[in-house]
Design a protein around this ligand. Structure first.
Ligand SMILES: *Cc1c(COP(=O)(O)O)cnc(C)c1O
Length: 415
């Protein structure tokens, strides 16, 4: 027996440590399609409860949209359930290439390659295009999947302080001897909801002959006047060398991701990126659904406009109530609580009030930065937001945090 009592005890002890540190993650079972209202079984074993959902990445409300579901059915009917192959053997259908072409046009790039997920796109892209003569200079708050992708690449790594353009410029000067300098950033940072200063980054890249990489997973489909993402929002659409993004958030929410950008770089990924070469093709049903998503959001900006309205309205409501929120332009609106237990208590009480939100604390955010991350959707209507704000007012009053600033909340609850 290789799985000895000793091994079992070691793993059990690690799990116990996670629990004792208050970091154990419990999953809640949802008995409904994704939407503005969902049925949630929590705690496990209790009857499902109907709640307003404020924590999905369903920004455009397309995850269960009837036209997307119908297109997915159509894909299922005409192209089958699965491909049982990677792309380069016998896994590329006409619709895969169609979706890549549509994404290229939508993102304003030269070519696009689908991956099983954006996590996979980030895991593969750097190693495929860079070598040990190059340097990757990343913002210190980039997504975990970028950190992992950088680890798999032989190029030198360096970082700059979050959104600190002066620091980035120093790094670019320092690495002028390298073959290629790649600046790496998220478009919208997922924990704080702040937007990258992409116009300034593009200007620095021109000045110091560098390339720009943006992971626009929390922006594609809704940031910018026509939803093209942070390059459009920042006035540099069409000027980004490499964009990665996900189909798992605003763009239908199923799964899949892509690398999109300069055609030589995309071709190198097609030839070399390991998660592309060695993992199965994105299922036809998802590809058909995603083609419909792009069609819907290219026809009208109605959904992203509604999301923008909801975001502004929600930020106004929470500010009026006296909650401490992070300022910004994105539909990610963090309610700052600083203390991990307080974040969990508030989330639990909100659930009792029929509002589904989740507390975030270390290691997902830095110590002393615990929060509830609320996320808006075009699927919300004003009534949902009014009801959720009323619940926040009631629960906030219970904990005596309304009108308090950061210092006062920390004085009261500790970090
Ligand atoms: C969600 C997210 C990912 C992962 O996307 P998947 O397609 O779910 O793997 C990657 N990068 C960022 C910035 C994300 O927010």
């Amino acid at each position: 027996m290789s799985y000895s009592d000793k091994a079992r005890a070691a793993f059990q002890s690690e799990l116990n440590n996670i629990k004792e540190a208050g970091l154990f993650k419990e999953e809640r079972y949802i008995h409904a399609p994704q939407g503005a209202e969902i049925e949630v079984e929590f705690p496990v074993g209790s009857p499902p409860k109907r709640v307003i959902n404020l924590c999905a990445n369903n920004y455009l409300g397309l995850s269960s949209h009837p036209e997307v579901v119908a297109a997915a059915h159509d894909g299922l009917g005409h192209r089958g359930y699965g491909m049982s192959s990677v792309r380069f053997i016998c896994g590329t259908q006409d619709i895969h290439r169609q979706l890549e072409t549509n994404l290229t046009e939508f993102l304003g790039t030269e070519d696009t390659l689908l991956f099983p997920s954006c996590m996979d796109a980030n895991a593969g892209v750097f190693e495929a295009i860079l070598n040990d003569q190059d340097v990757m200079i990343s913002d210190r708050l980039v997504h975990a999947s970028i950190v992992d992708g950088m680890r798999l690449c032989k190029a030198m790594t360096d970082t700059y302080k979050h959104s600190d353009m002066g620091h980035l410029e120093e790094k670019l000067q320092e690495h002028q001897d390298k073959r290629i300098r790649l600046i790496i950033t998220d478009g919208v940072f997922s924990m704080d909801g702040d937007v990258v200063k992409l116009d300034e980054i593009v200007a620095l890249a021109k000045k110091y002959d560098a390339m720009v990489f943006v992971d626009d997973s929390h922006a594609s489909g809704f940031m910018g006047k026509t939803g093209r993402g942070t390059p459009e929002h920042c006035g540099v659409h069409g000027q980004i060398d490499i964009i990665t993004t996900t189909l798992g958030k605003a763009l239908g929410g199923a799964s899949g991701g892509c690398v999109s950008g300069r055609k030589e770089l995309v071709e190198l990924c097609r030839q070399k990126a390991r998660p592309y070469l060695f993992s199965n093709t994105v299922a036809p049903v998802i590809v058909s659904g995603a083609i419909k998503v792009l069609e819907l959001i290219s026809k009208t900006t109605e959904r992203r406009d509604k999301l923008e309205w909801n975001t502004n309205y929600w930020r106004k409501l929470l500010t009026e109530i006296g909650l401490d929120i992070k300022a910004g332009d994105s539909p990610i609106v963090p309610v700052m609580l600083y203390n991990a237990k307080l974040a969990q208590d508030v989330a639990r009480d909100m659930f009792a009030e029929g509002i589904y939100v989740v507390g975030f604390f270390f290691p997902v955010v830095p110590k002393g930065q615990a929060r509830i991350r609320t996320q808006l959707s075009a699927a919300h209507d004003k009534g949902h937001l009014d009801k959720a704000a009323a619940a926040f007012k009631k629960v906030g009053a219970k904990y005596g945090i309304l009108g308090l600033n950061k210092k006062q909340i920390i004085e009261k609850y500790g970090m």
